[in-house]
Design a protein around this ligand. Sequence first.
Ligand code: HEM
Length: 514
Amino acid sequence: MADGYFYFGLALVSLLVVLFAKRRRSAAAAHGDAGLRLPPGPWQLPVIGSLHHLAGKLPHRAMRDLARRHGPVMMLRLGEVPTLVVSSRDAAREVMRTHDAAFASRPLSASVRAATKGGRDIAFAPYGDYWRQLRRIAVTELLSARRVLSFRPIREEEVAATLRAVAAAAADGRIVELRAALCALVADSTVRAVVGERCAGLDVFLRQLDRAIELAAGLNVADLWPSSRLAGRLSGAVRQAERCRDTMFAVLDGIIQAHLEKTGSGGAGEDILDVLLRIHKEGGLEFPLDMDAVKCVVVDVISGGCETSATTLGWAFAELIRNPAAMKKATAEVRRDFEAAGAVSESALAVGELPYLRLVVRETLRLHPPLPLLLPRECREPCRVLGYDVPRGAQVLVNAWAIGRDERYWPGGSPEEFRPERFGDGEAAAAVDFKGADFELLPFGGGRRMCPGMAFGLANVELPLASLLFHFDWEASGVADPTEFDMTEAFGITARRKANLLLRPILRVPVPGV
Ligand code: HEM
């Protein structure tokens, strides 16, 4: 609330000083940025910069509309923060491939700095040797294909528990709020993979994590006006981020203690925290992995793992409900392939079964990248993108959501349409994938800071989706025309679906153990 009043007050002050600021701006242009070809952008107000252009809309949608007028490389000012917005495949390629090293850092806003103890985690560590060391640990130890595979029994158990709960609802003719069920499924699988088991404090931990992610979105006055002490004091965002961090760390202290007391850790049964504690104990690293770093990485992996996969699953179901032909095709495929087995198994999924279901996931990630603006990057050294000069220190947002819906890259039907077939044989987009080489499809980002959790995330999407389609048919409750199914996005760092996912399950293939 305090943020709201403060913001409104600043907007009023802005209007009063606009003429004065115009004069000052032209004076500044006369010496400061002379000779540079800065990217174009919409007109700005003093103090709030470009924020008024975003008011009342979701940021990725507002930025897409602005980019249509000002171009694929556009400069905004969010409060005080100069922000480059990139909205085309070619511009994204320049940021993530041509000048990848120049854009390989992340901006550390005051609240992110507080939540991550100054960027001690993987996602927000400034680009450099410390980040490189953490990234190596993540890729080779924590999130490697072998490690993700070792969590298969956890995923299978959690999916089986969800299937049993849904079967009970189906038997009673009850409607299921599938969004909540999917969030719980992904959270339980992820938490068990990271810390071994759910414990009492984890609900508190997950609530604080949600709050910390909200604060990290940067739309609070402390992060928008970093030079203003008054803004920092009025906002309280930094104090809240510290409180979230301390509460999460206190829960982790108990879990770490229990891990340290446990005997015989190591080898196949290791969870991610075991691995981190082993690396902490072995030492010998250039930057010792102290307990704060261990906790920051655990928070990173749980936050990276939960929201993104659950959001993807929610959208996949919503799109399938809205597109009965695709639902029919995906369901027929999974029932045909697993009929003999009587249940979906991840081992069969791993050897390339269910090609259509995989296209459903790819199409879902095209239309609904869970992080529509990825995670922000920061320009470390002045460089040029599509011929425009980008100043050092500018925050850089890649609008993956807008690029994924740009008709120039998605010919053959409306890019707004959910059509998994567009990635099939004979179609222009057939070879386009989300592995970071195709800059029109960037749900996991690209370049050095690309998501290291892709295999982990996809495993948490594919098995639940295939299993829920295998055993049940799904009907939207109270929706006569599927095309009317509500697809409104919620506001937040992840673009999750706003409405609940109220669906009626109809049992078609018996669930084992029920
Ligand atoms: C559907 C699932 C997921 C999506 C769509 C996704 C998306 C992303 C994106 C867009 C980025 C920023 C990339 C960039 O700056 O170019 C990112 C970074 C990251 N993701 Fe994911 N992610 C997913 C799952 C996961 C999972 C399961 C984990 C961990 C278990 C994870 C951990 C991370 C980390 C640690 C980073 C920061 C990497 C760095 O800065 O070096 N993500 N993710």
